[in-house]
Design a protein around this ligand. Structure first.
Ligand code: ZN
Length: 467
């Protein structure tokens, strides 16, 4: 898509006026820019006049796979359960720069995490599944590697494998995100100062200690890891870390890891670039699991709060919160939206994944639809009708029970039944084409366009970090 040289700009006063309306203001903001023909790969023209846009520290918070509908669900649950609005939305209301971003990859309209994070990492559109390799085969140096070459400290925090798409696109180049070993090796070799998350299976095979990393493997070891000399790597799970609802005590929370990484990087004294990902928001949306989704979003919001708390009263730190793509585009539906349903979402005890895992561990004779229903009931509450049980029966027998093929996947039928209980429906169990929200505050925040493409995030980050 052709770049547009000019774009309508809003002055600070006008922007604050728009953002004070909260999300409604954001929509009006976006709609105005769209009406003026603002589409595609918008480069931030503010970059040209970037004096005062340099940030000593940059913290990029990525709530992976978060449709605006997921943000709204979390906001509703947070207000009812905890009596407070999400920090993210309060932050927007207080005047954080807010953008709506188009997420399209090089081909097609719906991106995966690799193509989205590659747009951030190298400022170009790549095909889905690719880590920072352009369609014509070039391998530009990703932003994290550039930042490190320029003397910045580099940190990664995620609730999935550290080698997975979102983190790797800031440091690696690979024709496929599935080449986990090669990607992890590149990350270790190109180097980072702090890495906290999952992915022990792949990283342990590469013996990170031999690359000079000190390694922690449990929550209890995280504190001493953060205090020693040299690069620190926390590998808290073999693959993805657990959902917040199912978290074992030996795994740290996303907020704890975020605070630890910020503490470590800031104590080193040099400028830093930290990327934090709440990866399981995306997974919960793939599982059409509203209870897990709300709790992951609320945990992500706490981690955003930790970044904002660090930046508060400082004028040298740029904090950005965004997502790589929508997923499932879920929402409470008007056919049955009650306080009781909001409470049910907020009170989920376990994820669908927990229920299915427990069920699969049962001996075959007792691995029945009724046993699954009982486990789901244990996880989310409620009770199941005879019709629900018939539905499970047909699904477990491999029958296609929804005319839309992809809605017959592993978790979707559980989500479809839970929709009656929660009052929340998903468009499906996969990424969606909706625009995503980005908020930013601190030096360089003015570089993000009101409406643009993910590639504009790269350009703003380059400018803010002086790369
Ligand atoms: Zn996903």
């Amino acid at each position: 898509m052709k770049e547009r040289k000019s774009r309508p700009s809003l002055d600070r006063r006008e922007f604050l006026g728009a953002s004070a309306l909260g999300l409604a203001g954001v929509s009006a903001f976006g709609a105005r820019a769209l009406a003026a023909g603002e589409v595609g790969d918008t480069k931030s023209e503010a970059g040209a006049q970037a004096s005062g846009s340099r940030a000593k520290n940059v913290i990029l918070m990525v709530s992976d796979g978060t449709s605006i509908g997921a943000l709204s669900i979390a906001s509703i649950v947070s207000r009812h359960k905890y009596g407070r609005e999400l920090r993210w939305l309060d932050w927007i209301a207080d005047g954080a720069r807010t953008s709506l971003l188009n997420t399209e990859p090089a081909e097609g309209h719906v991106t995966d995490s690799a193509a989205a994070a590659s747009a951030w990492g190298i400022g170009e559109r790549v095909r889905n599944g690719v880590v920072c390799v352009t369609p014509d085969g070039r391998e530009p140096t990703p932003l994290g590697a550039q930042a490190r070459q320029m003397g910045r400290r580099l940190g990664f925090v995620t609730t999935t494998d550290l080698w997975d798409a979102t983190m790797s696109c800031f440091l690696a180049n690979s024709p496929s995100r599935k080449q986990s070993r090669a990607i992890a090796e590149q990350m270790l070799t190109r180097g980072f100062d702090v890495g906290l998350g999952g992915g022990r299976l792949v990283f342990d095979e590469l013996e990170p200690e031999k690359h000079g990393y000190r390694v922690a493997r449990s929550r209890g070891e995280m504190k001493s890891l953060m205090q020693g000399e040299g690069p620190a790597l926390g590998l808290f799970a073999p693959g993805s870390m657990a959902y917040t609802l199912d978290r074992p005590a030996e795994e740290p929370t996303l907020t704890e890891m975020t605070q630890a990484a910020i503490g470590r990087l800031s104590a080193l004294g040099d400028p830093f670039f930290l990327v934090v990902e709440g990866a399981r928001v995306d997974h919960a949306a793939h599982h059409t699991d509203a209870g897990a989704l709300a709790s992951e979003m609320i945990e992500m919001d706490r981690a955003i709060g930790a970044a904002l708390d660090f930046a508060h009263d400082r004028d040298d730190t740029l904090v950005i919160a965004t997502t790589d793509h929508g997923n499932g585009n879920p929402g409470f539906t008007n056919h049955a939206s009650t306080i009781e349903q909001i409470e049910r979402v907020g009170n989920a005890k376990h994820s669908f994944a927990w229920a299915l895992e427990q069920w699969r561990a049962l001996a075959k004779p007792v691995r029945t639809p009724a046993a699954l229903a009982k486990l789901i009931q244990q996880a989310i509450g409620g009770s199941f009708s005879t019709r629900d049980m018939e539905f499970f029966d047909r699904w477990l027998a491999g029958e296609m029970i929804d005319p839309t093929a992809y809605r017959n996947r592993e978790f979707s039928p559980i989500g479809a039944i839970a929709a009656n209980y929660y009052g929340i429906s998903f468009t499906g169990p996969d990424h969606t084409s909706d625009h995503v929200i980005l908020s930013a505050q601190g030096p360089g925040s003015e570089l993000f366009p009101a409406v643009g493409h993910h590639t504009a995030v790269h350009d703003a980050l380059v400018e803010a970090m002086g790369l």
